[in-house]
Design a protein around this ligand. Structure first.
Ligand SMILES: NC(=O)c1ccc[n+]([C@@H]2O[C@H](COP(=O)([O-])OP(=O)(O)OC[C@H]3O[C@@H](n4cnc5c(N)ncnc54)[C@H](OP(=O)(O)O)[C@@H]3O)[C@@H](O)[C@H]2O)c1
Length: 237
């Protein structure tokens, strides 16, 4: 039985990934800020993780190590967009230059890029020889295709995650820090979730199934350091 670790499993894509991988007989280590939001299943290991807290991350890494399992797919899925905070002034301070707040932008960088990398760092030794680290990015993190004005926190956090993915991919190629085969940044596309809204064209279930397909067909294992779409094609950086 293979093991996946997915962050942000309480709703959206993380919840769908949990359901799809359980259905396909994987063991799932699922993280949530509130684990009571996770359904129970014999192959589901629920663990608490708040990516805005270093203490929470440290404790989470210890709990995962205690499981004594090798991880075959680590998905940094949890993500934050200040527009969902419900505080428009706060959102504008991450979105428009005339209101820019370094502190507010930093909240998003921490959750979407910095803590995901610290999570990888803490789990390097428990990644299996067939493992992939998948960082869920966004088309909004592409510098080449940047079209949306402003949007400093969310777009900047995904661009940073993309750069970190490249950095880690080269470390994997050039050293034996981990048995991990590859790391990939993935644009899941626009999905019907709380973040994406109801008008989005794709469902998180469909995206979760495509991610499983990319792992099973070894596309992810063969794409170290790439920025992919869910159909396996490359996205411009
Ligand atoms: N939806 C889209 O159209 C779209 C497009 C491109 C990329 N993405 C990316 O896809 C991923 C999944 O997005 P989604 O649409 O499923 O989003 P979502 O429905 O808003 O769910 C976000 C998930 O992240 C978790 N999360 C937020 N802040 C966290 C924190 N501080 N610590 C731990 N977990 C936290 C949430 O947990 P709580 O329930 O506890 O809040 C929730 O499980 C994200 O990385 C997002 O940036 C989404």
């Amino acid at each position: 039985m293979k093991t996946i670790l997915v962050t942000g499993a309480s709703r959206g894509l993380g919840k769908s990934l949990t359901e799809v991988f359980l259905k396909n007989n994987w063991k799932v280590i699922a993280s949530a800020r509130d684990i009571s939001k996770l359904d129970s299943h014999e192959n589901l290991i629920p663990l608490e993780l708040d990516l805005s807290s270093e203490d929470s991350l440290r404790q989470f890494i210890e709990e995962v190590k205690k499981l004594d399992l090798e991880i075959d797919l680590l998905i940094n899925n949890a993500g934050y967009n200040a527009k969902d905070s419900g505080d428009n002034d706060y959102f504008q301070s991450t979105f428009r230059i005339e209101h820019f707040s370094a502190k507010a932008v930093d909240d998003t960088l921490l959750i979407n890029a910095l803590m995901p990398m610290q999570l990888i760092s803490g789990l390097l030794k428990v990644l299996s020889s067939e493992s992939v680290v998948l960082n869920i990015s966004s088309w909004l993190g592409s510098i080449t295709e940047k079209k949306a004005a402003g949007h400093y926190a969310y777009s900047g956090s995904k661009a940073l995650l993309n750069m970190f993915t490249r950095g880690f991919a080269l470390e994997l190629e050039k050293s034996d820090i981990s048995k991990c085969q590859s790391t990939v940044a993935l644009n899941p596309g626009w999905m019907q979730t709380d973040m994406g809204g109801a008008k989005a064209p794709s469902s998180p279930q469909d995206v979760a199934e495509k991610i499983l397909g990319l792992y099973d067909s070894k596309v992810l294992q063969d794409s170290n350091g790439k920025f992919l779409n869910v159909d396996g094609t490359e996205h411009l950086w």
